[in-house]
Every structure is written in C-alpha cells, then in structure tokens.
Design a protein around this ligand. Structure first.
Ligand code: CA
Length: 236
C-alpha cells in the first residue's frame, strides 16, 4: 500500500487547525501541527512533510520567514500560504519568497483539499543532488538541460534549485516548445485547477521567479519568452 502523504499545518488558531486536520485526515493524509513559526520550521526540517500549509501571521516567526528560511536551506517542499482576505501584497510576497501557491481565508474545504492534492508531487521530491549528475540530463535548449528522473535542472553543469511548481512550469513549457500558453491555460495545466479570480497573478510571479533562476539575464530572457497579449512560451 502506498504510504500516506504527510501535511504539516502551521497555524496558531486552534479551531482552524482542528478543521484542517479533520478534513485532511478524512481525505487520506497524515497531519502534523505547529502553532508558531519556529516550531513550524523545525518540524518542516525534521519530519520531511510532503506539503506545508503555512499561515502568515504566526507567533515567534512569521510565515514568510519560515518559507524563506526553508528555501535558503535548499528545502523545496511544496508550500501553500494561507492569507487573510484581500491581502494582495501577501500573495505576491509569498510567491516571491518561494511559496508554491496561496489560498485566501476564509477558504472552502473543498478548494483547499483540491489544492493540497494539486501541489503534492507524486514522485520523489527529495532526490539528493549527488544522485543525478548533469551528464544524464536531457538538453532542452542552449545550455539548459533537465533530468526528468531526478527532477533536476542544469545550466551547463551547474544544478539550479527550483521549487516543485517552478520545475513543473518549466518542464511543461519546455515539452511544448514555441507553443504559447495564456495564464488560464497554465493555471489549468501546471497548477491543475481552473482559473479563478486573481490567480493569474500566480502565473506571472512564478514565471518571473523561474526566469531569475534559469536565465543569465532575467530582464532579457532567452528561454521563457512573453508574447504580448497572448501568453508565455519556451523558445527553441
Ligand atoms: Ca495567524
């Protein structure tokens, strides 16, 4: 039997934790909990969850700092930020510091469970870098190559550290070279859910973050290009 996926809930409001735990467990996930940012970071490192639900306003250490610290340590676990309603800056900031997704409170449980499922990768997230030399990676364009078994991306022989979502966005675009996708299509194909409201911003921010990592000059990209008014494409 396949092992249950483990979700770390980092949230200081106990009633929200209770509802999340109940619904996640009912949907077949194991859950662990932390009620402040420091404990959340520790548990993320020690218990290797498959996904983290991360509140922003937390005691001891805010959610953004938790996410930032994880990314700086090279931990690419999928992170969904739980933001309060209408805090647009929270969403953008969250994505910029390496979160994969966000969901606005109050959220519907159905939507939250769907996003958890969409953000958990089915295959080996934590493949150690040493296991996959650049030589076994498949060239995609220029000096950019992808090892689809280890989920690693290289520019030349240098491994590039991507989050799960960035990796999926890159491999999706690269596997359909020169084909232009608009934001709604990318939401559907890469994020696995139908475009709702301001989600399109998620696509733009993730594209920008990806460019900052893979492009030599992110303001003059050569791999992922924009076709004005139409969308994004991987240029070959
Ligand atoms: Ca809170």
């Amino acid at each position: 039997m396949e092992q249950k996926k483990k979700v770390l809930i980092v949230e200081d409001e106990k009633n929200i934790v209770d509802i999340l735990r109940f619904n996640l467990q009912r949907s077949g996930y194991d859950t662990i909990e932390a009620y402040d940012g420091e404990d959340g970071l520790n548990r993320a490192m020690l218990e290797n969850p498959d996904l983290i639900l991360l509140d922003v306003m937390l005691p001891k250490m805010i959610g953004f700092d938790v996410c930032k610290a994880l990314r700086e340590m090279g931990n690419n676990v999928p992170v969904i930020i739980l933001t309060a309603r209408e805090e647009e800056t929270d969403k953008v900031l969250g994505l910029e510091i390496g979160a994969d997704d966000y969901i606005t409170k109050p959220f519907s449980m159905r939507e939250l469970i769907a996003r958890v499922g969409a953000n958990i990768r089915r295959t080996g997230m934590n493949t150690p870098a040493a296991a996959a030399p650049a030589s076994s990676a498949m060239p995609v364009a220029g000096d950019l190559s992808i090892n689809t078994e280890s989920h690693q991306v290289f520019r030349g022989s240098k491994a590039i550290d991507l989050t799960a979502r960035e990796y999926e966005l890159l491999t999706f675009l690269a596997s359909h070279p020169n084909r232009v996708y608009n934001r709604n299509e990318l939401m559907e194909q890469v994020w696995n859910y139908i475009y709702v409201g301001d989600d399109a911003r998620t696509v733009d921010v993730t594209i920008r973050r990806l460019r900052e990592k893979i492009e030599i000059d992110p303001s003059n990209p050569v791999y992922i290009l924009t076709r004005r008014g139409a969308g994004y494409y991987f240029a070959v």
